[in-house]
Write a protein that binds this ligand. Structure first.
Ligand code: XMP
Length: 326
């Protein structure tokens, strides 16, 4: 059985030169493993799956089939960026699946957070499975497993992620990053020519904006989360906070409060801003965002995001608050 332990003599990948050496070695190994067969990859656009995609494109080109499922819960511009980087710039074999209506229909009326997570996870596997069945001759499944995934879940974790696929769709795994830590994955991604916005992006939960649109998801509130998140990210980037703050995002609760718009009282939603720092996500502290910047962001969100009349800043560390609101 293949070892799941990082070789003791493996040097930490901290420089472009070390990344190049790792890439060259992986390209050789992937070519030897895959031969002339086809490989399937669920490409979310997150750091790990993007680096795996770039590495496999280098090794086996169009034998890699990337499947990007747009479930409607991604951040503004993300699906477009995946298409631009991988299809347009890297000439990858990319299947783009617009599953927005499918996911939002399944989630309609579901308010319980764990239930929402389950629906999103199960539907994701179903969509991916359908796409896998449309492809001929796939023998391998590439995954962005990294070393902390293996350490956290014990030695059998490498096979855990394919557990969701049915028996007749069990593929051999290709996991080129399985001995790397996150910071090493970023150095490799940079050496592979991926854009900084992809390589250095903040952590983003699997259920995406679905757990930031509190309670039962509606399309209009989901757009309010997406648009306010985009403004927050833009302003943090402009003001030197991108890459400095560990995680920052907006939340839209499922209630309204009264405000004034065009000289009339109007009920609209609040947007909550959360910006936290942490090492391991077990505890977190709140970022001390300059008050003037918070006021500027408030002004932009209340004037640019439809249906929002208030902005609040969450001052709660973890504990007692978790990082996400659901
Ligand atoms: P909490 O909210 O528990 O979050 O303090 C800790 C970290 O985990 C992320 N998170 C998730 N990631 N699926 C994920 O992949 C999830 O369902 C999920 N829930 C929370 C959260 O963004 C934070 O980084």
């Amino acid at each position: 059985m293949e070892s799941n332990k990082r070789p003791e003599n493996m040097e930490r990948i901290t420089t472009p030169a070390l990344a190049e050496a790792f890439i060259a070695q992986q390209v050789t190994e992937i070519q030897a493993q895959v031969g002339d067969k086809k490989v399937l990859l669920a490409l979310s656009g997150g750091v790990d799956s993007s680096v795996v995609a770039a590495l496999l494109i280098k090794a086996v080109g169009k034998q890699l089939v990337c499947v990007h499922v747009n479930h409607g819960l991604l951040r503004k511009g993300e699906p477009e960026q995946v298409v631009k980087v991988f299809r347009d710039e890297m000439d990858a074999n990319l299947v783009y699946v617009d599953a927005v209506d499918r996911f939002l229909d399944k989630l309609a009326g579901v308010a319980e957070p764990e239930q929402k997570r389950k629906i999103i996870g199960a539907e994701f596997i179903r969509v991916f499975e359908e796409e896998a069945r449309k492809q001929e001759g796939i023998q391998f499944l590439a995954q962005g497993t990294i070393y902390p995934d293996i350490l956290e879940s014990g030695p059998v974790k490498a096979h855990h992620n394919v557990g969701g696929l049915p028996e007749d769709l069990q593929f051999e795994l290709v996991e080129p990053l399985k001995f790397l830590f996150k910071d090493e994955v970023r150095v490799v991604g940079k050496a592979l020519g991926l854009p900084d916005g992809m390589v250095y992006r903040q952590p983003f939960p699997g259920p995406g904006l679905g757990v930031r649109c509190l309670g039962a998801i509606t399309r209009d509130r989901l757009e309010a989360v997406r648009e306010s998140d985009a403004i927050l990210r833009e302003e943090f980037a402009k003001n030197g906070l991108e890459g400095k703050v560990w995680q920052y995002f907006t939340i839209v609760p499922d209630f309204k409060s009264v405000g004034v718009r065009d000289n009339k009282r109007a009920d609209e939603w609040p947007v909550i801003i959360r910006a936290v720092n942490t090492k391991d996500a077990m505890t977190a502290t709140v970022e001390d965002v300059p008050f003037a910047l918070l006021q500027h962001i408030t002004k932009r969100i209340t004037s640019e995001v439809s249906g929002v009349n208030r902005v609040c800043y969450d001052l709660t560390p973890k504990p007692t608050g978790t990082i996400e609101w659901e």
